[in-house]
Write a protein of this length. Structure first.
Ligand SMILES: Nc1ncnc2c1ncn2[C@@H]1O[C@H](COP(=O)(O)O)[C@@H](O)[C@H]1OP(=O)(O)O
Length: 361
């Protein structure tokens, strides 16, 4: 990773980037508190994926910040309050976790939170929290300003103390324009906060436990490799989320001999931007699965602004205009621009042979 100190003052989307960073940092503080507590409130959703107090709490906190600062914007969020409304005990635990982690003393708010709470939004009671969680039900991602949030991406990683990410992106007319990734278990102690604005590059800062300030940023760029055999793959941990056998064959075809880095969540995009690996490959384990836009919006911009590109497995751009899920893309490949031609050629050939052509979508 190359890093240089940078200034981001008076630039387009400066407020959006700052609020998104602070909102993600606040949600990260909550997620760490939940991880360190005995009660995580884990439930299984209808698709058999887990959801915890941290997922609901982080979504409520980030939405409070978005509502407070950008009340006219639409939001797409992974969670809704259904499971909490039918489980009052769990709803109370989520509100308690927020109160303890963020509004931490009984006389009101902790000193650092009190200075920022007006700006980042306060959640006054459980009913307000449930209503906020439901603000992420937008279905049209292609028009106007739409935020896409995965409050805890990689919940399985979160639960086992591995990688997870709080991922927040702003789409403007379907184009990812601001992307923020909070990765509490990546890099230095306490984790890292990456952010990108289209055309302005990607920066990283340490994640802190301060609600109102952000440490100085450093600019990041992907490793500038020019040969695929110099690359390291970054893949998911969960074998059910992508086809690891096929990915291994592609790695061999690209002359890659180094072992893959395996991370849960959009921390994979962060790892590429930070130079821990160069290629992220996600080949579908089932063609029926539609990737969710909140799983790729923030990460794809963070990588693109660090010198990379994010395509589907056919080598076409990710299309964020199709609602809550990708309808025109299957699989994801991410790599530095310098090797995109070689990687796309190999992955595309395999994709057509194994999954059929794009017309079969
Ligand atoms: N069958 C599947 N194929 C691909 N991704 C999946 C599948 N099931 C769940 N996911 C998504 O994988 C993400 C974690 O990815 P990773 O394997 O890279 O850590 C989760 O956020 C989850 O999305 P979501 O829970 O948003 O529906």
């Amino acid at each position: 990773m190359a890093t240089t100190t940078t200034s981001t003052s008076s630039l387009p989307y400066e407020k959006e980037r700052r609020i998104a960073e602070l909102a993600v940092q606040r949600a990260a503080i909550l997620s760490k508190a939940v991880y360190n507590s005995k009660v995580k409130g884990t439930l299984e959703k209808s698709d058999n994926s887990p959801v915890t107090i941290a997922d609901f709490g982080a979504q409520a906190l980030v939405f409070a910040s978005l509502r407070n600062n950008f009340p006219d914007d639409n939001i797409i969020g992974e969670e809704d309050s259904g499971d909490l409304r039918s489980n009052k005990e769990l709803a109370s635990l989520v509100f308690k976790a927020i109160t303890e982690a963020v509004y931490s003393n009984t006389t009101g708010q902790s000193s650092s939170e009190s200075s920022s709470s007006n700006e980042l939004g306060v959640i006054n009671n459980e009913a307000e929290m449930l209503d906020l969680i439901d603000k992420g039900d937008c279905t049209d991602s292609g028009k106007g300003r739409v935020w896409a949030l995965d409050p805890i991406d990689g919940t399985k990683g979160f639960l086992r103390g591995g990688q997870y990410a709080i991922a927040l992106g702003l789409l403007v007319d379907g184009v990812v324009t601001v992307g923020v990734l909070g990765c509490p278990n990546l890099g230095e102690e306490g984790g890292v906060l990456l952010s990108a604005v289209k055309g302005q590059g990607t920066v990283v800062r340490p994640l802190t436990s301060d609600f109102s300030t952000l440490p100085d940023p450093s600019r990041v760029t992907m490793n500038p490799i020019t040969t695929t055999s110099d690359a390291t793959f970054c893949e998911g941990v969960e074998t059910g989320h992508s086809n690891h056998n096929l990915q291994a064959k592609i790695a061999a075809g690209l002359g890659i001999t180094k072992p893959s880095v395996r991370y849960d969540s959009q921390a994979k995009y962060a790892a590429l931007a930070l130079g821990e690996a160069e290629i992220y490959l996600r080949l579908p384990s089932s063609m029926k699965y539609e990737e969710k836009i909140w799983d790729h919006a923030a990460g794809s911009l963070v990588v693109e602004e660090a010198g990379g590109v994010a395509f589907d497995m056919y080598g076409e751009k990710l299309d964020f205009t199709t609602g809550r899920t990708f309808k025109k893309n299957k699989g994801v490949i991410v790599m530095p621009k310098a090797i995109q031609e070689d990687v796309v050629r190999v992955v595309r050939e395999v994709a057509i042979e194994v999954y059929g052509g794009k017309s079969s979508l």
